[in-house]
Design a binder for this molecule. Sequence first.
Ligand code: NAD
Ligand code: MG
Length: 298
Amino acid sequence: MSEDQYTFQNPVSRFPSISPPKQDQAEPGLDRDLEPQTDRGEDSYRGTGRLTGRKALITGADSGIGAAVAIAFAREGADVALSYLPEEEPDAQKVAGIIRDAGQKAALLPGDISEPARARDLVAHAVEQLGGLDIVVNNAGKQIAVEALEDLSDEQFADTFATNVFAMFWITKAALPHLKPGSTIINTTSIQAYNPSPTLIDYASTKAAINAFTKGLAQQLAPRGIRVNAVAPGPIWTPLQVSDGQLKEALPEFGKDTPLGRAGQPTELAPAYVFLASAESSYVAGETLNVNGGSPTP
Ligand code: NAD
Ligand code: MG
């Protein structure tokens, strides 16, 4: 039997401690060109019917954490609409193929969600192509490291908020009329919300905003039977990190300062999203599930 996420194993050595070579990709970066390659669960994630018949929209679903979540959702029985940027078509096509191999529908919806009209259209197209919607995963993110505040441009500050916070608001608002009781919303925040790096002021601020948005909205929507939760990853090896998400010199040490001593792989995030999306978490709302290699959080 090959290994899957249920195989008893040492979390320290489940995945190798990587020392990624210095590398650079233009934003948004591709999983296809990442060195070393990431594990999105294509060869290991085993579904057990936990999301049978569900219909999910996932932003940033072409690569990294979003791709791992899309693969897991499909193997758990959900149809998936994939949001991503047009430049990411090769990564998106690959994930769509894995979803179709699982016997589920994959709707490919490229477009820049930092534009409000695009974000709203995305929801309409997802509903149309999936025939409804009951899971929304706001996972797309922009992260560009800048050493000095004087060098952090007004444009970057605004774009980071538009992608990470405003798009989540626009998409969630547009999705609400379609979400029946039992539906779930999951937002990707970050350990940066509590433990901001000096080089990620704009990004860390958006992640704190996502936490507050999640906890407030969870209380507002709970009486309507819609649960809102968040997942807070620690250092996960994805294309975000090599498209200026980290300073180049920081790459070889990426994730080594966690208690588990290594960076996480995208597939290690997937079970957290599956749990929060499925009915098994029916009494969990406004929660942030930290998946960060063991770093303490508030
Ligand atoms: P990733 O690069 O694979 O995913 C980010 C995705 O965001 C891209 O694939 C892209 O499709 C999407 N995106 C960015 N700007 C967009 C725009 N304007 N319009 C539409 N889509 C856009 O990297 P990832 O690390 O998997 O990131 C996923 C989420 O996880 C992000 O919210 C990120 O902040 C968060 N996160 C990542 C880490 C980490 O260490 N990798 C840690 C904490 C939180
Ligand atoms: Mg991508």
